[in-house]
Design a protein around this ligand. Sequence first.
Ligand SMILES: NC(=O)c1ccc[n+]([C@@H]2O[C@H](COP(=O)([O-])OP(=O)(O)OC[C@H]3O[C@@H](n4cnc5c(N)ncnc54)[C@H](O)[C@@H]3O)[C@@H](O)[C@H]2O)c1
Ligand SMILES: O=P(O)(O)OC[C@H](O)CO
Length: 352
Amino acid sequence: MRWSKVFRTRKLAGSPLEAAKKIVVFGGGSFGTAMGCALARQKPDLEVVLLVRDPYLCKDINQLHENTRYLKGFKMPPNVRATTHAPEAIAGAQYAVHAVPVQSSRAFLQGIKEYLPSTVPIICVSKGLEVGSGQMMSELIPSALERKQPAVFLSGPSFAKEVMQNRPTGVVAACKDAKLARTVQALFASPTMRVNTTTDVVGVEICGALKNVLAIAAGIVEGMDLGHNALAALIAQGCSEIRWLAEKLGAKPTTMSGLSGLGDIMLTCYGDLSRNRSVGMRLGRGERLEDIIASSSQVAEGVATAGVVVGLARKYRVSLPVLTAVAQVLDNNLTAREAVFHIMNLPQIEEA
Ligand SMILES: NC(=O)c1ccc[n+]([C@@H]2O[C@H](COP(=O)([O-])OP(=O)(O)OC[C@H]3O[C@@H](n4cnc5c(N)ncnc54)[C@H](O)[C@@H]3O)[C@@H](O)[C@H]2O)c1
Ligand SMILES: O=P(O)(O)OC[C@H](O)CO
């Protein structure tokens, strides 16, 4: 109640939301749709445009006000529409929310770069590391656009479905430019969305990417029915591994215990709605990765990120037994059972 009052007084004339007229969302999947709707709900005269690839989905969004593929059964606010035409989607937009999966982001950004003014801030919600370059989204965006572009990285425990249901959610907006982070905070903050800010982009990004890999491991343990003790030990070990790597990359320790770190690890490792955890559960029950991927319509970023983590562990000379075992299971170099046996038989250590 108190937060709601504070929020209402902050949303007076002159706020970034008040000034915003149009926001484009790249990617009409579940999270792009949910975040677009969260913005649209706050201001009925804000134009929110989802840039989608599929003309049939585009038609459904515009005629039925529903994302029939990714968020079936949820009505979208009338001020959200979709288009397949990039120049029209982007023209006049003051912000761009980027919700395209990481592995498709480079090609996507190269395709739209001529229409996107270099002054329009990108609010990136994608979580993962690019295969090949090993880059985080904060590196991939300028590399794909071949220029500097203002960008904020929004991360934290936030299942699309719950955002769509307007249930209380907390995220963190990371940007080296603290003023821009606060602008994004003011854009998304609402009585049902709390937005912290930080300048620790690396910390927020690495936590968001690695928690997906850890969630696959957690799913494997669940799928094998190894019990609560095993699951808690695995997640605690995974948290240490994320911290070890994050520290090497220069992340702040406080980020690890914040929303994008522990917050998202808890959500994704324990939450039934996690696609990464669900991939792990199916692997743990003995399904083949190819079959799991073939039967899923949504992205589980941890599958691609796991391989990149092996390279990072080597590069920064840090031992990450749980996170690298996930890559080995995904690559069919180890069965889930062998991975558990391997981890349980590592030398007994002093806690670090
Ligand atoms: N779903 C969630 O709860 C959630 C929450 C927080 C962050 N995220 C992150 O957001 C990102 C997007 O996830 P999502 O859940 O919306 O995925 P999704 O699988 O639901 O949808 C992905 C969307 O991207 C589009 N897309 C894929 N390749 C494309 C390309 N080459 N060009 C243009 N569009 C392309 C697809 O058509 C689809 O609309 C991921 O990095 C994910 O980790 C998701
Ligand atoms: O469904 P997942 O596993 O991609 O997780 C979604 C979000 O990242 C949760 O914050």
